[in-house]
Each structure stands twice: as C-alpha cells, then as structure tokens.
Design a protein around this ligand. Structure first.
Ligand code: KIV
Length: 284
C-alpha cells in the first residue's frame, strides 16, 4: 500500500527521521521503492537534470504530469509529491487547476509549491479543496533570478521572516515544509517550532527529514558536488565505463554473439533468398 501523509505524520510523531529522494521516471521509482525510501519528490529540478535547462523555470505542468505518471507507475509504496512549476500557482484558480492535474492525471499524493506568507492563502485554498500541500522555503529555485543561488536567511530579519513563513504555511494547512539552503541552527529552530515535519536540503541535521536530488546522490551529475550533498555512488563513472566496454565490443565484434540472437533454419533462409537478382556483396 502507498505510504500516506498520515503514515509520515505518525513517523514524525514517533521522532523518526524521514528520507525523501527525487525521481523522474519509472525505473528510478522502482529502485527507490526497492531501497525502502518512503517518499519521492518529482521535483521541477527535472528541468535541469533531465531536460538540460539552467533553471527550473521552463518546466511546464504537462512535463510534471508526464514524469509524475511515470514515477507513480514505477512504485506502489512510496508517497509521491509533485512540484507545481514556476508561475502555475500565481492565482488560486491556476493553483487549483494545475494542482488537480498533478493528482488526478499524475497520480501524486501531494503537490509542493514555493514561498511563504504570500502563498499561504493559496495553500489554504488548495488544502480546503482536498489537495495536500508541501511547502518550500529558503532557497526557492523558481525565484533564482531574484534571490541568487546561495544560502538564504543569514541575516536576522530574513531569518525571522522565514520562521514566520513556516508558521504561516503550517497555519494554512501545509503538511510538511522543505527547508533548502538555510543555516542549520535556523532550520533546527524552525523544526522545533512547527508541528509538521521539515524536510531539509542544505539545512543541516536538525530537520525532521531530508530530501536530495537523485543525480547528486548517485554521482550522475558530474559538473560539481554541491556542499549540501554526499555522493553515495559514482554511477556516472560506472555508466561511462559500461558504455566504453560496449562500444569496444561492438567495434571488435565480441558483441553481439549468436547467444544474443535468434537462429533461422538454413533451408528457410535459402528459400527466402532464392532467385533474388542482387547477390550478397559481403560475406555474411
Ligand atoms: O525540484 C526539486 O528537486 C526540489 C528539491 C531540491 C527540494 O525542489
């Protein structure tokens, strides 16, 4: 059975830290499930790690529905959260329409959206309509052009604002809040003040759980290792090694072999070729 928000809430109340990881397709979702990770985020980070854009801004609701459906098909137990992309929740009507698509067409259990007090009325509206919402504070990638890609809320005013944002999201009915790239002591304080789980990324060890991007954790994104991540595998190297070996085997004729192919009765083949006016140019 799929992990529910009530299950996550119960784990949080028992003091269990909750892991979450991004996934964007069927096969990855299968692997997340096999690893026993209870929550998947179909993040709009797919704009960068899957689509190759330099930000999340070009991602559309159609993209999110497509990837969410693939992920949901790939796993039966993890709770799946899908991001509402840039400018798709600027009005409550838009938020309802697009959020509903992520649940009804995508099969997600919850949406995630970025922002604090300004989006709290939208969160309240979505929750009232039956759409669970995960919040996202701190470095909010959809605002990268305004805030830059750096640790947020380092000054006292901004830090206080972030605490107020978190409380406003909770008050509006959000069931969890992602805290991205904020100082660890601030994240711990926010976590201590909320009755809903905080899910950190670059926010230190004091959150209720952690989310990381698949490509960072597994060494598939090789440009640099962000400080907030840890490489648990170097799959990029593994993949390149495998592809080089494959290419070499094709060049040298070691692969494929007859074991990789279907045979054919020579008489049937001869019959098929009999009388063709074009003779074989190369030896078979
Ligand atoms: O899109 C994403 O992957 C995210 C995480 C970085 C939290 O929002």
């Amino acid at each position: 059975m799929r992990t529910s928000i009530a299950d996550i809430r119960a784990a949080y109340r028992r003091g269990e830290r909750v892991p979450m990881i991004t996934a964007y397709d069927y096969t990855s979702a299968q692997l997340v499930e096999r690893a026993g990770v209870p929550m998947i985020l179909v993040g709009d980070s797919l704009g960068m790690v899957v689509q190759g854009h330099d930000s999340t801004l070009p991602v559309t609701v159609d993209d999110m529905v497509y990837h969410t459906r693939a992920v949901v098909r790939g796993c039966a137990t993890p709770l799946v959260v899908a991001d509402l992309p840039f400018m798709t929740y600027a009005t409550e009507t838009d938020a309802l329409r697009h959020g509903a698509r992520l649940l009804a067409e995508g099969g997600a259990t919850s949406v995630k959206l970025e922002g604090g007090r300004p989006v709290a009325p939208t969160v309240r509206r979505l929750v009232a309509a039956g759409l669970p919402v995960m919040g996202h504070l701190g470095f909010t990638p959809q605002s990268v052009n305004q805030i830059g890609m750096r640790v947020q809320a380092k000054e006292s005013l901004a830090a206080r604002g972030l605490v107020e944002d978190a409380l406003a999201l909770q008050d509006a009915g959000a069931w969890a809040v992602v805290l991205e790239l904020i100082p660890a002591p601030l994240a711990a304080e926010v976590t201590a003040r909320l009755d809903i789980p905080t899910i950190g990324i670059g926010a230190g060890p004091g959150c209720s759980g952690e989310v990381q991007v698949w490509h960072d954790l597994l060494g598939l994104f090789t440009d640099f290792v962000p400080r907030h991540t840890r490489r648990y595998r170097t799959l990029g190297e593994e993949v390149v090694g495998g592809l080089q070996a494959y290419a070499e085997d094709v060049r040298s004729g070691v692969f494929p072999t007859e074991a990789n192919s279907a045979g054919m009765d020579p008489e049937v083949l001869a019959e098929a070729l009999a009388g063709l006016d074009r003779p074989a140019r190369h030896q078979a």
